[in-house]
Write a protein that binds this ligand. Structure first.
Ligand code: C5P
Length: 412
């Protein structure tokens, strides 16, 4: 069934390619409402848009004919901006409402996809990088610009991707969104055996000390609760989670170290349909664990050097096991700008072989504890499947909807 898609057009030389995008969307059965910015009309005029979309076209909030931004935003299943200029990104980031397109985006509750195109110097400018990062964190989807000849005659990154690439990305997002909506409530995981790991492992140095991390376990617990509410039989394997957080029923297995967790997961692999590795498992552990507490020598100021060794990668091991769960899901907490986070996430998705990798940005107060968060969901090839924002429960539901969707596809 066709969707209602608002195509925003900002004032860049690539605006002419938006004509092909509109045509292609219509050819694929969607209803298109074109909302150009006033500046974009210098590149492609109103008459062109009225001809290709067979509808009146407005640019301002107070245009004659009373184009209503709230009404347009409500009708839209998706807003797609082609091209998104540096100025448009800055305005959306700032929450400006100075033309019909910016106001519609501000009023929208549907997914918003931006296809930036600009000179590579503008794309690389710190202000634009920062705008891109903030917009992605807020859950907007930004399609990476392509590399090649630019309008200025230079070449570099900043070119609008081909219209089919943009239309495919928009349709991909719509398809996932519809599946998610259809199954967010109800027992879509009934009869499914789900194993979820949560918390952060602690790798002992001696009987009283350990190397650990700041994972609270809340995301894994939210997944366990939601999976259980949606009908799954859940086993929660926990590493060092505060007892008060574990109030729900279901099987709970303690696995404080990476080695314990490897064992607990390994024992269940064959009887599990879905494995979700939400735990922060240590990548390194002390090579030798002292049998007694490591003491400082009062006569000596030196400090010991602790040799580390790698821990087994439980996720990669599970994904490549001969009798693996039908779906293996990993998490990737990454630091850096959102671009760096996504690039590292893509590499990790390919390396680990998990069916889904939920990448989130952590550090600087992001990601840990009881806070709102954004997950970029990647497939095993590193392709972006969805961007989900919200509380840990909303993220859990969004992720589980994809799991349920994959299971349905496997069965049909
Ligand atoms: O490589 P990285 O630690 O960033 O990968 C994170 C993902 O891999 C998480 O899903 C985590 O549970 C899993 N992991 C694992 N075994 C390790 C390290 C991480 O299963 N030793």
């Amino acid at each position: 069934m066709g969707a209602t898609i608002v195509v925003g057009v900002a004032g860049g030389i690539a605006a002419f390619k938006a004509v092909t995008v509109v045509r292609e969307l219509e050819r694929r059965g969607h209803r298109v409402i074109v909302v150009p910015t006033p500046a974009s009309l210098a590149f492609v005029g109103r008459a062109t848009w009225e001809a290709v979309s067979s509808a009146p076209v407005h640019t301002g909030v107070f245009d004659a004919g009373g184009a209503n931004h709230v009404e347009i935003a409500r009708m839209a299943d998706l807003i797609l901006v082609v091209p998104a200029t540096a100025d448009l990104l800055a305005r959306v980031r700032a929450g400006r409402a100075d033309d019909l397109l910016a106001t519609t985006i501000l009023a929208a509750t549907c997914p918003v996809v931006l296809a930036p195109a600009m000179h590579s110097a503008m794309w690389g400018n710190a202000a634009t990088r920062n705008n891109v990062e903030v917009l992605r964190e807020r859950g907007l989807t930004l399609i990476e610009p392509a590399s090649g000849a630019l309008g200025s005659g230079d070449s570099g990154v900043g070119r609008l991707p081909e219209p089919e690439v943009i239309v495919d990305a928009a349709e991909g997002l719509l398809a996932h969104r519809h599946k998610t909506d259809a199954s967010a409530s109800g027992h879509d995981l009934a009869g499914t055996r789900v194993v979820i790991t949560a918390g952060g492992t602690r790798e002992p140095l001696d009987p009283v000390r350990f190397l650990g991390n700041r994972s609270s376990g809340r995301q894994g617990i939210a997944l366990a609760r939601r999976a259980s509410a949606r009908g799954a039989t859940v086993t929660l394997i926990v590493a060092n989670i505060e007892g008060s957080l574990l109030s729900e029923g279901g099987e709970i297995v303690e696995a404080p170290t990476a080695a314990d967790m490897e064992r607990a997961v390994g024992e269940r692999l064959e009887d599990t349909d879905v494995l979700i590795m939400a735990a922060a498992v240590a990548d390194f552990r002390p090579k030798v664990v002292a049998e007694t507490k490591i003491k400082k020598d009062p006569r000596d100021e030196s400090a010991p050097t602790i040799e580390l060794e790698r821990t087994p990668d439980i996720l990669a091991g599970a994904a490549s096991a001969p009798r693996r769960p039908r779906i293996v899901v990993g998490f990737g907490a990454e630091t850096g700008t959102i671009d760096e986070v996504l690039a590292r996430g893509r590499a990790k998705a390919r390396r680990k072989g998990a069916d889904l990798l939920a990448v989130n940005a952590v550090g600087r107060g992001r990601g840990f504890g009881d806070v709102e968060n954004t997950l970029h969901l990647l497939d095993s090839a590193g392709g972006l499947v969805d961007v989900i924002s919200g509380t840990k429960q909303q993220l859990a539901d969004g992720l589980l909807s994809h799991v349920a969707g994959i299971l349905r596809n496997m069965e049909s």
